[in-house]
Every structure is written in C-alpha cells, then in structure tokens.
Write a protein that binds this ligand. Sequence first.
Ligand code: ADP
Ligand code: MG
Length: 691
Amino acid sequence: MNDPPPPVGIDLGTAYSAIACIDAAGIPQVVANEMAELAMPSTLLFDAQVFAGREAKERREFALDNYADGFKRDIGKPYFSRPLRGQSVPPEVLSGFLVQKLVRDAKPIVGEFESAVVTVPAYFDSRQRMATRRAIALGGLTTIDIVNEPTAAAIATGYERQRLGLASERYKILVYDLGGGTFDATLLVVEDNVFKTFRTDGEAFLGGRDFDACLSEILASKFVEKHGINPHSDPFYAIALNRLAERAKHALSDQTQVQVQFEYAGIAHEMTVSRGEFENAIGPRVERSIMTCQATLADAGLTFADLDEVLMVGGSSRIPLVRQRLQQEAGRPITLHAEPDQVVAKGAAVYCAMASRHPSIPQDSQFEIVNVNSHGLGILGVSLETGEQANQVMIPRNTQLPAQASMAFTTAKDNQSNIRVRLVEGESENPKYCTHLGRGTVKLPSGLPRGTVVHVQCQYDRVGSISVRARIPSTGVDAVVAWNGEGHESLEPLGRWRERLCSRFDGETPNGDVRQSQQNQTGKAGTPWPSALPRDTSLQADSERGRILERLDQLYRYVADHCEANGESGGGTSSEFGLAQVRRIGERLQILESAQKAILAARQSAPPLQDDVESKSHLSTIQIEHHRLTKLHDHLKVEAGRQRFDSPRPLDIDDELGNEIRRLTNWLLEPDSRISPGSQISSGSRISPGY
Ligand code: ADP
Ligand code: MG
C-alpha cells in the first residue's frame, strides 16, 4: 500500500529552524534532529565538511571567516553580509544547507517526502519570498506553499482548539512574534476557518540577537570596570562572550540574577548580572515592539480592548519583561504559547496537511488563508514637481490579496519600440528607501503613433508573487513583457558550493552526509538502542492479570520489532513516531555518555580536579536520563505494537500470534469467561522464534 507522503512544515528562523509533521493521530509534532533538538540553531560552519546547527554554533569562535549565522536577515539580497572563505555567497545557498540538514535528519523519523510548506515573516517582500523558495529548492524540496509565520502560529492554535472542540466562529487575534532576529505584529481575523490577515508590521532587526548583544555589552563593561581591558576588542572573545550572554539571558528568564564566569587575557572573572540590569538595557527595544503593536491596531481602527486574543510566540517572548509589558498594555491576560519556538513549524505542517488533503487530519476541517501585502507595490516614474524619479504606489500595503492595479503610460514618440518599467516595494516616495524588484520591458508592436496609451498591470497572487502584464487599449493587444527580476535566477546546486566552501573532503561521505563520520568517531554506529539494555523488571507482576499484561507487552513489542524489521517506516502511528524520536534522543545520550566516560578515563591517573567532579555529575545525569528514556522507549514500543495491531492496515504476522493477542485481550475484557490464557505464560517467558 502506498501511503501518501507525510505533511511537512518548515520554519526557517533567523536564530533557530524547525521541521514538523503530522502524526497518524493528526497531531502536529516537531521532529527532533540528529542532536535530539527540536529547534536547530540556524548556523553553518564550512570546514572539511559542512556543519549545520549546534555543531556549527559550538565552534563559532574558532572559525571567524567560515562561520555563518543570521543570514535570514540578508535573504533577498544578492549576498550574505560577510564573505565566507573569501567568497560572496547568496543567502539562499546558506538557507539551502539548513533545509538539507533539516530534511536529512527528519526523513528517518517521518519517512520520505519531497515537498513542504515553508513559513516566512509576514513583512517579507516578494524578493525575500522568492529567495526563500529558491532556498527550499536548493535543499531538495518543492515548496507547496509559503505561509506567513504569524498565520502559521494562529493556525496551529486554531487547529488545536478545533481538535479540543473549543473553536469559536469568529475571533480577532494579534500575534506578537519576537524571535531571534526579527519582530512581527500581525492582526488576524479568524472566521469560519478562514484566517484572514488584516494588518501586519514588523522590524527586521529586532530580536534575541539584539538582546544577547545588550547583555554581552553589560558583561564587557563589568570586565572593563574591574580589569581595565575590554574582551570585545578581540573578535574571538567577543563571540565567546556573546555565547555566554545568550545562556545568561535564558537563565534570567527563570531567575532574578545569574553568575557568569569569563576568562580573558589570562584573567578569570566572575560577574553577577541581575534581571533588572538586563531589563534596563533591552527596555527601549521592547517598547519599540509595543509601539508597533499599537500602530498596527490603530491602523485597523482597533485597540487592544477589541481583541479576543493576544498570542505571544517566538523564543524571546519567554523574557518576563516582554510578557509583562505586553500584558500591561493589553490590559488583559495574554496567551504565551507553551512552545513559542515550535508553534510556527507545527502550523505549517497543519496547513500542509490541509493543502494536500492528507488523511491524517479530518477532512471537514479545512483552513483557508487570506493574506495582505506587507509592502506597497509601486512603479518608478518621474515626479512632475521635482523632475526626479519617485515611487508611485499602485497597491498600498495591507491590501487583501490577490490584488492588481494598473497604470497608464503614454508613448513619447512615433514607432516607439518599448517601454521600460521598474517595480519597487515600499511606502517611501524616494526610490532609495524601496526594494527594487526588477525591470520589465514592454515590447510594443511597430507603427504605434506618439501618445499611444499603454496600460501596465501588476498583480499579486494570493501568496504575494508578482506578475506584470501590459495592454494597449487602442489596439486591444496584449504587449509582451520581458521581466528581469533582480535576484539570482539560477543558482548552482549545493554540491558545488560545498566544494568551494569546504577545504577538503576527508571525513565526509560522497553524498555529503556528515553523520557517518560522526558515528564512526564514537564507535557506536549501528548499535541498536535500547534493545541491548536490560528491561527493568522490578515491577514484574505476579497476579494472573499482571502476567497476562506482561505477556501482551511482549507480544506487542514483538509486533513493533517485526514491523520495523520488515521496513515499515516510522510515523505510521503516533507511538511509532514517538518511538523514532525517543530512539534518536537515546542514541545521542549514548554518545554523550561515552564521551563523558572517555574524559574521565583519560584523567584517571591525574589527581582529582573540580572538572572530574563535574564530569561525574554530568555522567550520572546522563545515565539517569538514559534510564528514564529506556523506560519510555519500552512503553512506546509496546504502544506502537498495540496501535499497529489494532490498525486496519494489513499486518503480516503469524496467525498463532494474532490469535494469542486476541485471546488475551478478550480475557482481560472478560476475565470471567474463563478462556484459558494459554500455557505459554510464565514470568519472564520469551517469545518463541516461531512467530
Ligand atoms: P527565530 O524564529 O527568529 O529563529 P525563535 O522564535 O526560535 O527565533 O527564538 C529564538 C530566540 O529566542 C533566540 O534569540 C533565543 O536566545 C531566544 N530564547 C529562547 N529561549 C529563551 C528564554 N528562555 N529566555 C529568553 N530568550 C530565549
Ligand atoms: Mg520564528
């Protein structure tokens, strides 16, 4: 049987990226990556191979000219803000590497897929949207649709509400999205499952990175105060301090002060930063975000009081000051999403399932999205007053899409062969402050007299892609428009970029898979997890009912293993999905455990150090986690087997096994029916190989 590919949503964030899919129970799940993280840092490092995510982030201070982050801020521009290894690199190439990594890590868990819904900030202009599509294509996927991040967040919560039977028919919602690098305020009206964006505004340079920089400044000035030297004057230490600052920032969301140890120029210094100091530093930026919300509401003739909900998403909305200020301003309780950095990817996956009519979600719950343009669309013309080029806005911002507008041009001479138009996005009259989308050349038929009117029509489709047409009313003929967008029309595949940006290829498998080399380092490749670990038997039941349950567990475990051995992909049932996730986390813990053991073994001969004590404590934390996961894994395996057995999909197992399961379940349901559970039951019995 050919199952449809899983519905997948991708949130390519400035700071963190995530990929989500819908499990068989219709619940959106963010897929853990190879490092067992639900959100992968949007960072890359080009060394002998391409490192993406955490591995790149952890090494960044050792790699100043081959490390890239924050490239989402440059998307739509020709090149990333800094050359990498002396080369100018288009930002979509960098995003493409992230997509490739997300996809590669997700496939073993969710199964094969070739397309996805991807999210972008609502304020992204059409060039940025086109560049994002190119990034997805470079990463090996087709874009099913582009959804604005706040809309995706609203869809995720709307879908959850619907699942829980809490949906209301009409509500106004403000999505406040403060992420790693960007801020977005979006007003949506949800009515009869139509998610209609009303207004959107935001800032491309406001987010967690700025808060890290504020905290890093505080730490640097404390260091200067004490020792008279500034760690920020050395790029290596500036980056290291910034990294510490991000960690300290996270801690300050939960505690009122934090200690930071930092060593620079041979001086180790411990500094205390209070939440108050941090709040003072970031206060003005937080206020800016609040003002943007007010302006967005005012533009729609609303105030906070008119809203049914204020939804906070984005990792930075975990900062208490941000929450307090928004709550104060709103004068009402606000919803801080429990997973503010996962909700966007989940919403994208929900929308993907709806767009592809995937059977995992109810067919009667179809959401529709109505977008607005986040920037005005204009044509450059010559201002009659100043004689200078000026932007003439044709479609004002926040117009509901699809939208179109046309402008009349008049030929300046007889037999004019073409008219050139330049399209821009932006509100300013001054072309300097607008985004140039490209030039169109309207090819005119020969013989037109001077003064012929030509209508140039620009159109946004429902997701904000632009097309241009021209028409000559006097002849009733459509003129041909040759469009020359000012972006990268075609880019070389990632393999070529990898060759250019990576110094050598040792350690990398030919298809660029970095996993293999990593596993070899630990010597753990291929070790099945955690089947090799003994099962906890302390709670083994001794009553008859207990022994039957125990036996059923064994049989269901067998079914789960059997299906996996027969190549059934993960994700078929929600427990299978969970199982694959847990297994991945377990593999990661096992790697960490071996690493900690190796550190301890290497130090055995030396006198004990503080570090040893820490390593031992890390080791025992890892082992406790491991034990917990082993139990969870076992539980999920039994569940997966049970769900698989109960599912209507055909199951290729021995009849005897099926009969035994049915007999035992019946006995559990009706113990008085006195059907003998069978003689095979004995504590600790093994499944006979006959199955
Ligand atoms: P983006 O979508 O822009 O990539 P996210 O929504 O994933 O961003 O949020 C990432 C940002 O949230 C980072 O700057 C990160 O440091 C910040 N963040 C995550 N958790 C916390 C926390 N507990 N306290 C403060 N900031 C946090
Ligand atoms: Mg985000």
